[in-house]
Design a protein around this ligand. Structure first.
Ligand code: SF4
Length: 711
């Protein structure tokens, strides 16, 4: 660590890793070199604390492999050559137009991320939807949060997590589904721990693995993978049959109760226990605890979302909270813990799944509003959403998509069945990669590489898990000849016909003003928009160290709205929330004689996503340098596998060799591997998709294991 006295200047920013949204100050020495990071003591979110990734975030600026200049190569894949920005952007625009002219507008696809700034997402959406005009535009958020988005829309009529971290301080019972806060969101965990220390309340953790959070739980429910809907239906069976539901809330604010009541009669805990693996007495205990608590809340992350039933899982968690009257009140909520730092920003403003500001391509009023605002013909927009990221790669395989632009994401490690992704990338006529680092894996297949500035070299906002908009504010100039993504999108837009009609502001703050205008007013159902940021400004955001939306023009003070739906009015046509009967269909790959183990994947505290950044930061990488597989000692004994020996895992998709760590964290029939590492767990995973969200079931496939002599 650097003594504070060596710091000549502290600059305010927001962490660019997870969605907790910690406020950071980064310290520059007298030569304007970044030397340290510290948590901002006055920030509501983190109150001065940071996790290991945040504490070391300044090391990113001196990490190897940064892109310095645009690069270009010919179609024969000779080595990259340095080129000018003009040539790189001209070539990109020409290739996009050529592909679209020959094969149609949707033959060029775009995959972005949850890690840009919100103004950049808005500008990319404008470019993708308004200028390039492809309908095959999506973010990597399909791999992490799409099921939460889909479930919220189905239940409440709109995306947007209704709760906040302060709810920990008011709740009387917390149920965490497939969420390992101490490792994935350490500062949210710290907030929860503080609340638990002040005021004891039951912590129930549903997870097939004994995660760190499960170790601290009052009740751990080691569920059979992919069966969360069965557990929740069985809880609802108990709650409704024992009359523990909040009937007044159900009658006033929901629709569909009778259908849910009828369906859950088939989920008596006596029978459900054989599907979900949780003893019937425990199901009854948690159902009663949850329903009788004056306020109860649920949180979840990838354990729910990354499933063939992800969207249904979210809708069923919402059912549980609506039926017990736990939406919109302090300590009573359905809070999805988002993954990436600005996954929320891309959900709100990027247009991946529709149009900006929670507007939909399927809705004529929404199309007309955006077309009028941008000054283009509404007929330019498609009338329904195109392909998700997980459907774009199969469309490359079939030749439907010929060109691809990948912005700040690494599908060669993050997608399921990566062998298939590699083959798809080889088939492209044109690939452009835009990233902070030039040594990213996709550059093996790229024709053009665009070097991007890293987060604190730019200006713009993030939205965190609890809808808090916070600012990143040009702490440093961009490295070498790298450019902010905002600039890259603007410059490319000028090379398209509609780019001359649509106004693309020069500064992020001007784009923010456009977003404020679009956030006001009423949605297509005549309901006041929840995603209203019209009262915010960069100055107010900095002063408040983040403001939660909705924050309307008429709002005074610097506090936004901690909760949504406090008046019981939802974003549906009737204004009532939808209770949805969720029937369980067992469609996952299951362990069998040939592939007898469940393969589960997840994350470690030191790394973020596919290690393109944390893999280059000294201490993050030193503490977690290599992939490993957690295996139960009893299973290892049967197979003759020893601690720290190597094994080969084989699935129906591929194989991988990995070192064994013996632990009782996993049951006898399951192994666990962190997903961050290249050429490892996602060589094995299955691309089965949730039908609503198109999110893959990363955590539920089967493998066989054999000892190998050495790596
Ligand atoms: Fe950054 Fe998340 Fe760690 Fe906070 S908890 S410092 S946002 S990685």
């Amino acid at each position: 660590s650097i003594p504070a006295k060596k710091v000549a200047q502290w600059k305010y920013t927001t962490c660019n890793y997870c969605s907790t949204g910690c406020s950071i100050e980064i310290g520059l020495d007298e030569n304007q070199k970044l030397v340290t990071s510290r948590g901002h003591a006055g920030a509501d979110v983190n109150r001065g604390k940071l996790c290991i990734k945040g504490l070391l975030e300044h090391d990113l600026f001196n990490s190897p492999g940064r892109g310095t200049e645009p690069l270009i190569r010919d179609k024969h894949f000779h080595p990259f050559e340095q080129t000018s920005w003009d040539n790189a952007l001209d070539t990109t625009a020409e290739q996009i137009k050529k592909i679209q002219k020959q094969y149609g507008r949707d033959a060029f696809a775009i995959i972005s991320t949850g890690q840009l700034l919100t103004e950049e997402f808005y500008t990319l959406g404008k470019l993708a939807r308004g200028c390039i005009g492809t309908n095959n535009y999506d973010g990597n958020t399909t791999l992490c949060m799409a099921s939460a988005v889909s479930g919220y829309k189905r239940s409440f009529g709109s995306d947007g997590p209704p709760g906040c971290y302060d709810d920990f301080e008011h709740t009387h019972c917390l149920m965490a589904f497939g969420s390992n806060l101490p490792e994935q969101h350490p500062i949210i965990y710290w907030r929860l721990k503080e609340a638990l220390e002040k005021r004891k309340f039951p912590l129930i953790v549903v997870d097939p693995r004994v995660t760190m959070l499960a170790q601290f739980a009052d009740i751990h429910l080691p569920i059979t993978p992919g069966t969360d809907c069965v557990l929740i239906n069985a809880m609802l069976h108990v709650i409704i049959n024992e009359g523990l539901q909040d009937q007044a809330y159900i009658d006033a604010h929901t629709q569909g109760f009778e259908e849910v009541k009828a369906l859950v009669q088939d989920y008596d805990p006596k029978t459900a226990q054989h599907i979900c693996g949780i003893d019937e007495d425990k199901i009854r205990t948690v159902a009663r605890l949850y329903a009788k608590a004056p306020a109860a809340m649920s949180i979840w992350t990838m354990g729910i979302n990354q499933s063939t039933h992800g969207s249904d899982g979210v809708a069923n968690i919402n059912n549980l909270n609506l039926i017990t009257g736990n939406i919109g009140k302090p300590g009573g909520t359905s809070l999805s813990i988002t993954g990436q730092c600005n996954a929320m920003g891309t959900r709100e403003w990027s247009s991946c799944s529709g149009l900006p500001g929670y507007r939909y391509l399927e809705n004529e009023t929404d199309r007309q509003e955006i077309a009028d605002f941008w000054g283009i013909d509404p007929e330019f927009f498609p009338k329904k959403r195109g392909l998700a990221e997980t459907d774009i790669f199969p469309a490359i395989e079939t030749g439907e998509i010929k060109g691809l632009w990948i912005v700040a994401t690494n599908p060669m490690t993050s997608m399921p069945n990566t062998g298939r992704i590699r083959k798809a990338l080889e088939k492209l006529d044109f690939l452009v990669v835009q990233d902070v680092y030039q040594d990213v894996e996709m550059n093996q297949y790229a024709h053009v590489y665009l070097p991007a500035a890293v987060w604190a070299e730019k200006q713009g906002c993030h939205t965190n898990t609890e809808r808090r908009v916070n600012l990143i504010d040009n702490a440093l100039p961009p490295f070498a000849n790298a450019k902010p993504d905002f600039w890259i999108f603007n410059q490319l837009a000028k090379r398209f016909e509609n780019g001359k009609r649509i106004h693309f502001p020069d500064q992020p703050e001007q784009a923010f003003e456009e977003m404020k205008q679009l956030s006001k007013g009423r949605n297509a159902y005549g309901k006041e928009r929840t995603l209203d940021i019209s009262g915010m400004s960069y100055e107010k955001i900095i002063q408040a160290r983040g403001i939660q939306w909705p924050y309307r023009e008429s709002d005074t003070g610097l506090k936004g709205a901690p909760r949504l739906y406090t008046d019981g009015k939802f974003q549906t046509a009737s204004g009532k929330a939808n209770l949805l009967p969720i029937k369980f269909v067992n469609n996952n790959e299951q362990p069998c004689q040939q592939y007898p183990f469940w393969l589960n994947s997840g994350r470690v505290v030191e790394h973020f996503h596919t290690r393109t950044r944390t893999g280059k930061i000294g201490n993050c990488n030193k503490f977690s340098p290599t992939p490993y597989m957690e295996m139960n000692p009893d299973a290892a004994l049967e197979l003759g596998v020893e601690h720290q020996s190597y094994v080969r895992l084989t699935s129906r998709r591929g194989d991988a060799v990995v070192m064994v760590q013996l632990t009782h964290r996993v049951p006898r029939n399951m192994v666990f591997i962190p997903f961050h590492f290249h050429d490892c767990v996602n060589r094995l995973t299955l691309g089965l998709l949730d039908p609503h969200s198109r999110q893959p079931a990363f955590k539920q496939c089967s493998v066989r294991i054999e000892a190998v002599d050495q790596q």
